[in-house]
Structures are given as structure tokens and as C-alpha cells.
Write a protein that binds this ligand. Structure first.
Ligand SMILES: Nc1ncnc2c1ncn2[C@@H]1O[C@H](COP(=O)(O)OP(=O)(O)OP(=O)(O)O)[C@@H](O)[C@H]1O
Ligand SMILES: [Mg+2]
Length: 264
């Protein structure tokens, strides 16, 4: 199908939303990141992959405006980041849910902060609670949920605020393998549907290859960009077919070759 020119201008396919320029980060004695330059386009999922401690969470937090870089600059839609903003949502490695609030309240919290009326924010939250498979758990508290379910609440909360940029720090790490695969499908569906800018962190090479448009390999600390890989995968194939596809398997191998010298 050919897309009319007017629609093409409205929905460009590779428009840069987040620009990371010359980012360095030192925590007193520890040099976490050295001179990171990256662009993140709309509608694409980019994964940061690299050894533990190479600065992945640090980079996400700098993009989120939660911590300051030692030098360099992050721009979102051309504007320099000086702190957190509603156009960026963060799903933390360690959930960061409000323990005293129900699933519903946690998911709707970003909208509550924006001053949205209760009925409206609950209706949006309910939709994303369903999207992550938690219908029926709206009135539960975080301590009543498994680790995987808590991560899903974090995901639903990030999606509910309708931020343009989603920063996902190992959102599936506490999930068992079967649910993890289901989540990966959910994530791919959302990437396809929502046209947001996804910046994703995982330790799993297979997961990275399966969900990413682009994979940024970072070196051991201080983290530097060592390679950028675009998996060549036919996304129209079934999940099982993709995981057996030669392009998928070759990309997994290429990344392993790129990362293995960081394993002691
Ligand atoms: N607040 C802090 N103060 C001092 N050092 C820190 C702080 N936060 C992180 N670091 C250090 O900076 C380096 C990068 O940490 P970061 O959490 O960004 O790595 P990561 O790539 O996310 O690791 P992981 O894969 O284990 O989550 C590590 O050596 C870490 O110990
Ligand atoms: Mg981390």
C-alpha cells in the first residue's frame, strides 16, 4: 500500500526525538559513561545492551532528567533536558510502585499529577491494566502481587501517561520465561500501535534481538558505544518462526561475539 504524501509528512518514519550528545558521567571516583552520542527516533525501539555496571541505568536516568550528566547534553524534540518532564516516562528496574496505593491508583498516578478527572484517568488506566493482563487486580496493593505482576503495573503506568518517550529499565527481569515471551509480544504490539520512542534495557541478548529495531552495545565501564546493530528480521512472521529465523540467529551470534570479551 502506498501512503499518501500528506500522511507521510505527518508520520515520518525516522524522526529523531531524543538526541544524546557527548554525555559523560562521573560519580565521584567512578567514571560511569564516557562520551555517549546517540539518536533515538520515534516509533522505534532501541535497546541498550552491555555488561553490568556499564552505565545503562545511568544513561536512562540522565535522559529522564533524574540525574545530571557531568558534561554533554540531552535534547528531546530539540529542547535541552534540565529535569524530568511529562513527555518522558520511566519504568524502573526495581518497580518503584507506591506501596500504599492500589494497582489502579499506581497506574493512574501520572494522570492524577496532570490534574485529570478521576473517571477519565481510571478509564485510561483500566485500558492499560487490561493491556498488560491485570484485569481483576485493580484493587490489589503491590505487596499482594508477584514480582512479574508488579513490573506489569510499572509498564501500565508508563503507558497510561501517554509519554512520547518510554525509558524501560529491564522491565521484564522479574518475570518467568513464559510470561516474558508474552510480554515481548505485548511490547512489540505497543511499539507498533503507539508510535512512541522506546529506549529499552535488558541483559538478554535473545530478548534484545527479538524486540529491537536497533541494539546499542556498550563497553565495560566507563560505558562507551562500541557497536550499533540492526537485527534483520521479518516481523510479519510468527513468534516461533522469528526465533528460528536465520537473521535472528545470526544477530544473536553477532552480539555474543561483540560482548563475550567483556565476560570474565
Ligand atoms: N549513585 C551512585 N553513586 C556512585 N556510583 C554509582 C551510583 N549509581 C551508579 N553508580 C556506579 O556507576 C556505574 C554504572 O551504574 P549503572 O547502574 O548505571 O549500571 P548498569 O549498566 O545499569 O548496571 P546493571 O546492568 O547492573 O543494572 C556502576 O559502577 C555503579 O556502581
Ligand atoms: Mg541498571
Amino acid at each position: 500500500m502506498t501512503i499518501p504524501a500528506a500522511v507521510q509528512t505527518l508520520h515520518p518514519t525516522s524522526e529523531t526525538v531524543v538526541e544524546v550528545r557527548g554525555i559523560c558521567k562521573k560519580y565521584s571516583e567512578v567514571e560511569a559513561l564516557r562520551l555517549i552520542d546517540l539518536d533515538f527516533p520515534r516509533g522505534k525501539l532501541t535497546t541498550l545492551l552491555g555488561p553490568s555496571g556499564c552505565g545503562k541505568t545511568t544513561l536512562l536516568k540522565i535522559i529522564a532528567g533524574l540525574i545530571q550528566a557531568t558534561s554533554g547534553e540531552v535534547r528531546v524534540n530539540g529542547r535541552t533536558v534540565t529535569g524530568p518532564g511529562p513527555e518522558r516516562a520511566f519504568v524502573f528496574q526495581d518497580f518503584a510502585l507506591m506501596p500504599w496505593a492500589t494497582v489502579m491508583r499506581n497506574v493512574a498516578f501520572g494522570l492524577e499529577l496532570q490534574g485529570m478527572a478521576k473517571a477519565e484517568r481510571q478509564s485510561i488506566a483500566r485500558n492499560y491494566i487490561a493491556e498488560v493482563g491485570l484485569t481483576g487486580f485493580e484493587d490489589k496493593y503491590p505487596h499482594e502481587l508477584s514480582g512479574g505482576m508488579r513490573q506489569r503495573v510499572g509498564l501500565a503506568r508508563a503507558f497510561a501517561v501517554n509519554a512520547e518517550v518510554l525509558l524501560l529499565d529491564e522491565p521484564f527481569s522479574a518475570v518467568d520465561e513464559q510470561n516474558r515471551r508474552k510480554f515481548q509480544e505485548d511490547l512489540l504490539r505497543l511499539v507498533d500501535k503507539e508510535r512512541k520512542t522506546f529506549i529499552f534495557v535488558t541483559h538478554s541478548i535473545e530478548e534484545a534481538v527479538y524486540v529491537s529495531d536497533r541494539i546499542v552495545l556498550l563497553s565495560r565501564r566507563p560505558g562507551r558505544v562500541s557497536q550499533i546493530i540492526e537485527p534483520k528480521i521479518d516481523r510479519t512472521a510468527s513468534p516461533d518462526a522469528i526465533r528460528r529465523d536465520q537473521g535472528y540467529l545470526d544477530t544473536v551470534e553477532e552480539i555474543w561475539q561483540g560482548l563475550k570479551h567483556y565476560v570474565d
